[in-house]
Design a protein. Structure first.
Length: 202
């Protein structure tokens, strides 16, 4: 399953040079198929979730559930979560060398770093996820919002506060963001078709 900014033509969408298109980035149209063919059989129970932006490809796969009976109590749920976390940790360690090699090949092919993650039920852990600095200018009212989050202990710094705010928007505006991405994909499709160049009526 794929989510996030999926590249069309040459590169992913996003503001910057070239408008929506990033002409200096390789395309990612076949990224899911490439990983499906490259990942070892048995790593995940189903096709992994693939998220792409201009800097990173994130692969998150579902692992086999942990065995054992856990009571439907706070203690039982905590034990089940701990068992899932242990299995995810084992997967991370046992696949490290091969994941590094796959990431190296994918970085060469797609021009982006590769990050990994695994989940079992509602327990999820991300590995080696890139932290990319983003330059921005904020006016005083916006800075005050960030400083309030810092002063309240919600964030350790303005950059942490900004990341927290972005996550919050993503959680509460998912439907709107999905519609926006679909509209952008349609714009890309129309842009790639271009005018026919035939102005004579038929």
């Amino acid at each position: 399953m794929h989510r996030g900014w999926h590249g069309h033509g040459r590169g992913g969408r996003g503001p910057g040079r070239g408008g929506w298109q990033q002409a200096d980035l390789p395309g990612t149209e076949d990224v899911e198929a490439w990983f499906a063919g490259r990942l070892p059989d048995g790593w995940f129970t189903s096709a992994p979730e693939v998220t792409i932006d201009r800097e990173e490809i994130l692969i998150v796969g579902e692992l086999a559930p942990v065995e054992g009976e856990y009571a439907d109590t706070d203690t039982g749920r905590a034990e089940r979560a701990a068992a899932a976390a242990g299995r995810i940790s084992r997967f991370r360690e046992s696949t490290r060398d091969e994941r590094i090699e796959i990431a190296r090949q994918a970085e060469h092919r797609y021009g982006r770093k590769v990050a990994w993650g695994a989940r079992i039920g509602d327990v999820e852990e991300l590995f080696t996820v890139a932290s990319v600095p983003v330059m921005t200018r904020l006016r005083q009212p916006e800075r005050i919002v960030l400083d309030t989050l810092v002063d309240a202990g919600v964030a350790r710094s303005r950059s942490d506060a900004l990341a927290w705010a972005v996550r919050l928007v993503g959680q509460h505006a998912d439907e709107w963001l999905t519609e926006l991405r679909e509209a952008m994909a349609k714009v890309d499709e129309l842009r790639s078709k271009g005018p026919t160049g035939d102005s004579d009526p038929q």
